[in-house]
Design a protein around this ligand. Structure first.
Ligand code: ATP
Length: 497
């Protein structure tokens, strides 16, 4: 029975989650503070942590960092409000395995937990030792290491963007060149690395993906190169590292710049001499591994700041692929949305046929901080919620469908965002009324109320309980007002929690 640690300062929510997860056969422990969570992590050895992003005593980033220091391989699922999605997406780089957004939907939580316990990152539960079309003969229940196997399928469409990427993949795949893939979090860097492997002569050998952002300083060497029995305290048995597992195949090192300087020296030896030694070992092991690295900042800058060895950078820099953020690939958004809908339909045994035009418009105008990962999550959740033939506005997060209206501070990527917007002038505008087609006294009143509600929501970072307090109404009344407003506009809205 898997043990789950719930970390949330909302005691009621903990209680509801505890009951729900216990009913589904999990053993549940709770912590209402970050510090308590860290204590329980050491004392109770949970198998997975479900952690609210905003706690009274610690913010999500520090909790996650602290958790990963104690146990780098424990899967952590972040609970976040959609208003914090941008930060949550960044936190994924610190090693969270996935995120779920509020209001929480029980079935979504259950699916996400089950996937995470199977060892996958955001639906990519692919943990086998042999190639992209090989069989699964060894399981590593370890979030830092993924070896390609039965995962969600990738698509490479025929838009100009895809054609260009595929041209580069085809060019480099047959060679032994190292490749650097640049792109924002969730933009599909690993998908491209896998495609290079698939189209190379190494295709029936292992593809091993390592999330270097999650490796602790102490264990990174042993994770990558393995260790001999007794090499250090705790090395009870010999361990084969990722490079040896990937021998004759391809290794994908995500967030490469996070590796410590010592590990970078060992890595340089692998790249230069094609040899490595296990930690504590005395024997050289010959290696023939193709290296693909990924980063979301330019490695030249990283090496300029002394974070990445310059010689290593030059070794990697044999071929570069730049993955554009989703918001700059307007033409691909609905192609991916339809693909993710097909996957979600299969998984949930549903038959939703497409997207309402209003949803398509919303998708095209949104910034997608988490790129494909965020789109996939939104579509999966909408498929779960939707009881119509097509995904309608009420099944997508309120903050997303009202995105342009909720923007009243400059976005952090104004250029990219502006380029991607059909109506650029709407991007940074202040809170605006959403006038009804035919104003009545009721609609004018609601319009004014809605404006005040939006102001309050913004003030408290879209925490609806806090907004209700600011507005001196209870949470239910707040939901009802939002719901009423949307219904009057012909946009039904169903808050869940
Ligand atoms: N071409 C594609 N077709 C279908 N799904 C894709 C494709 N590319 C990416 N995805 C999906 O989008 C999500 C993010 O992709 P991926 O892990 O490759 O991104 P990434 O840039 O490596 O992310 P990170 O930097 O956070 O590790 C995954 O769930 C993946 O399955």
């Amino acid at each position: 029975m898997a043990k789950i640690l719930i970390v949330d300062d909302e005691k009621d929510l903990c209680l509801v989650l505890n009951r729900f997860l216990s009913k589904h056969g999990f053993q549940v422990i709770e912590a209402n503070k970050g510090k308590k969570a860290l204590e329980l992590l050491s004392e109770d050895a949970p198998d997975l942590i479900l952690c609210d992003f905003k706690l009274d005593d610690m913010d999500g980033t520090s909790v996650l960092k602290a958790i990963k220091e104690v146990n780098p391989s424990i899967p952590v699922i972040i609970i976040t409000g959609y208003s914090n999605i941008k930060t949550a997406v960044e936190v994924m780089r610190l090693g969270a395995v996935d995120y779920v957004t509020k209001p929480l939907i029980p079935d979504e939580i259950l699916m996400t937990i089950r996937r995470a316990l199977e060892g996958g990152k955001n639906g990519d539960a692919a943990v086998t030792t042999h190639g992209t079309n090989g069989s699964a003969d060894v399981k590593h229940n370890n979030t830092t290491k993924r070896v390609a196997g039965k995962a969600d399928p990738y698509i490479f469409g025929d838009s100009p963007y895809f054609k260009n990427i595929l041209k580069q993949i085809d060019l480099v795949a047959p060679t032994n060149y190292s490749v650097i893939i640049y792109g924002e979090s969730g933009s599909g860097k690993e998908a491209i690395a896998q495609e290079i492997h698939k189209r190379s002569k190494r295709h029936n050998k292992p593809f091993v993906a390592i999330d270097c952002g999650v490796l602790s300083k102490e264990l990174a060497g042993s994770e990558l190169f393995g260790h001999e029995k007794g090499a250090f305290t705790g090395a009870l048995n010999q361990k084969i590292g990722s490079f040896e597992i990937a021998n004759e195949g391809t290794i994908f090192l995500d967030e490469i710049a996070n590796l410590s300087y010592d590990v970078q020296i060992s890595l340089l030896r692998v790249v230069q001499e094609r040899k490595m030694r296990r930690v504590g070992g005395t024997k050289d092991i010959d290696l023939d591994v193709r290296i693909i690295v990924a980063s979301n900042e330019k490695l030249w800058d990283t090496s300029g700041r002394g974070k990445l060895r310059e010689d290593l950078y030059h070794r990697f820099n044999e071929f570069t692929i730049n993955v554009a953020p989703l918001r700059e690939r307007q033409g691909d958004i609905m192609v991916f949305a339809s693909h993710f809908l097909k996957l979600a339909n299969n998984e949930l045994n549903k038959n939703i046929t497409g997207f309402h035009p209003e949803v398509e418009k919303t998708f095209r105008n949104y910034v997608w901080y988490g790129n494909l990962r965020e789109l996939k999550n939104v579509v999966k959740r909408a498929t779960l919620l939707c009881d119509e033939d097509v995904i309608d506005v009420k099944s997508i997060p309120f903050e997303l469908s009202n995105f342009s209206k909720l923007q009243f501070e400059p976005a952090s990527e104004p250029v990219a965002v502006r380029e991607a917007q059909e109506e650029p002038q709407q991007q940074n505008m202040p809170v605006k009324k959403m006038p009804f087609k035919e104003p009545s006294l009721k609609s004018v009143g609601l319009d004014a109320e809605y404006e005040v509600i939006l102001e309050a929501l913004k003030k408290v970072n879209f925490n609806k309980s806090k907004a209700a307090k600011v507005l001196q109404i209870d949470r239910k009344t707040l939901y009802n007002k939002i719901k009423q407003y949307h219904e009057l506009k012909g946009e039904p809205y169903e808050p869940e929690l």
